[in-house]
Write a protein of this length. Structure first.
Length: 174
């Protein structure tokens, strides 16, 4: 698109960027909200069935997150808010374990998800693939669910040690 057409239709390059940001943010959050807690499996299946459909939107938003643009910040905030709502609903209905800090757990979950958006080539190579795609996601799927379902540790010794250390830090601050 020529500079003259950008000015004619959008007024400025920044306004064109804002319109693109809004469009991509709306498309991605609409899909996520439509999936909801019960539909996350369907959303993942939809991506795996046709990753190219998501490719441009996901790459655009990954760049916005990396640039810390307003659209990237809005995307992350929306993801955290939606994830927190899913976690709270799961805790309320008994399908998820309670957390000491649901908001921080939502942030951690989003951080894990954003790694897939912002580091796909590195993740693919680490798993022995030339490029990121459905085969990498398939390989990551079960270990990810295992961590969320069963956790990593066989007992709560590490959790207790961390809680004790944090408690000691708080006492020293007071």
């Amino acid at each position: 698109m020529s500079a003259a057409l950008v000015i004619h239709h959008f007024g400025s390059k920044d306004r064109l960027r804002a319109v693109c940001d809004d469009h991509v943010l709306a498309a991605l959050t609409r899909r996520g909200r439509a999936a909801g807690a019960a539909g996350l499996q369907g959303l993942a299946g939809e991506y795996l069935a046709d990753p190219e459909e998501y490719h441009l939107h996901v790459r655009y938003m990954a760049r916005a997150v990396e640039d810390d643009s307003p659209a990237g910040a809005a995307f992350v905030t929306t993801m955290v808010d939606e994830t927190e709502a899913i976690l709270r609903a799961g805790i309320a209905d008994g399908s998820m374990r309670p957390s000491s800090d649901v908001r921080a757990l939502a942030v951690l979950s989003v951080l894990t998800s954003l790694a897939t958006l912002t580091m796909p080539p590195s993740l693919a190579r680490a798993l022995g693939h030339e490029r990121f795609g459905p085969e990498v996601l398939r390989r990551l799927a079960l270990p990810t669910i295992e961590v969320y379902t069963h956790g990593l540790y066989t007992d709560d010794a590490v959790l207790e040690a961390a809680a004790n250390a944090l408690s000691a830090d708080r006492r020293q601050e007071d």
